[in-house]
Write a protein that binds this ligand. Structure first.
Ligand code: COA
Ligand code: MG
Length: 295
């Protein structure tokens, strides 16, 4: 289970090297927005070399390519596949059709590179276009098995919607369309059993704010978050790792139901517990187990 994914600009040798010693569970080597057009070819080559020189990985190495409707995307993809990335992050998605199209491209490129068929996974940045807010149902219909996670984006979506800001001027909370994006990302992920990943937290000096947002995301059902700065990964890892107390409580809940077979509802420490609580407790134990196993 990947808790923290860190974006690393693909054209910075220094940041790529720095990524290797970062506690992020996965790095996302970026060929899109953090790379200027005139650096695109340099970045592709740097990312391929980086992947090829790290075949034995303690961290997963992913690549964010350019959007499929951009001419840069196929050259990005063909350039990096010889490095066998663990997966591809696809930005500015309109619908799940593009996930499946990317899946077909990967079918071919894996054969060319002698990689195991289906081994390259996909993460969709699912809410960066206006259309994307209206097409979430397409994910429910035979999406590629390569898709393992959905995340959402508030910055490109603001531009796509013509918004000058994505926050409410008084409360500072995300405005309605962005809350919708977050909710749809979560619900769709859960409906198709992929990982819902929390949005990037752009104010990278505010680690307390990041922690609060991680805890809020986790409470909502998200697992993990994307970092843009090295200091963020540790905060994210901590926030998404169940604590000893949480694990102990979940075990207690599971035990009490196992010791009382046939009971639909029981009391524990003065609180009523029923089937949803049992499910939540089992989910938490499974999450803790998968984080422990990196599964
Ligand atoms: N990956 C790896 N190393 C990074 C890094 C990243 N994402 N962000 C910063 N670093 C390095 C810096 O190079 C610096 O290294 P040094 O101490 O050896 O000089 C160190 O971490 C501290 O960085 P800091 O000075 O605090 O930040 P900065 O002003 O250099 O960089 C950003 C700020 C936002 C430009 C930078 O964090 C960044 O490039 N983030 C990723 C942006 C991105 O990929 N965006 C696309 C997705 S939205
Ligand atoms: Mg972007």
């Amino acid at each position: 289970m990947i808790r923290s994914w860190m974006f690393v600009p693909g054209d910075s040798e220094k940041k790529l090297e720095k990524g290797l010693t970062n506690p992020a569970d996965a790095l996302i080597l970026d060929l899109e927005d953090s790379v200027s057009d005139d650096r695109q070819e340099i970045a592709r080559e740097m990312v391929r070399n980086f992947l090829q020189s790290h075949p034995d990985r303690s961290q997963q190495l992913w690549v964010r390519i350019n959007p499929l409707d951009n001419d840069l995307s196929l050259p990005d993809l063909t350039a990096v596949m010889p490095g066998a990335p663990d997966g591809i992050v696809l930005p500015k998605v309109y619908s799940a059709k593009e996930i499946n199209l990317l899946g077909h491209y990967l079918d071919v490129l894996e054969v060319r590179e002698g990689l195991e068929p289906g081994s390259t996974k996909i993460v969709s940045v699912a809410t960066e276009t206006a259309a994307s807010l209206l097409t979430f149902d397409t994910y429910l219909d035979n999406v590629s098995d390569r898709l393992i996670a959905l995340t959402w984006g508030g910055e490109d979506l603001a531009a796509a919607l013509g918004a000058s800001d994505n926050r409410h001027p008084r409360t500072g909370e995300y405005d309605d369309p962005f809350r919708l994006a977050r909710t749809m990302c979560l619900a769709t992920s859960r409906a198709i059993d992929v990982q819902p990943v929390g949005v990037v937290y752009v104010d990278f000096r505010d680690l307390d704010g990041l922690e609060q947002e991680c805890l809020r995301d986790r409470q909502s059902g998200f697992i993990g978050k994307i970092a843009i700065h090295p200091a963020q990964s540790e905060v994210i890892n901590r926030a998404f790792t169940p604590s000893e107390e949480e694990i102990a409580h979940a075990r207690k809940v599971v035990d009490i139901f196992e010791q009382n077979p046939g009971l639909g509802t029981v009391g524990l420490d003065g609180k009523m517990l029923d089937m949803p609580h049992l499910k939540q407790a089992r989910n938490l134990l499974e999450l803790a187990d998968r984080i422990g196993r990196r599964g």
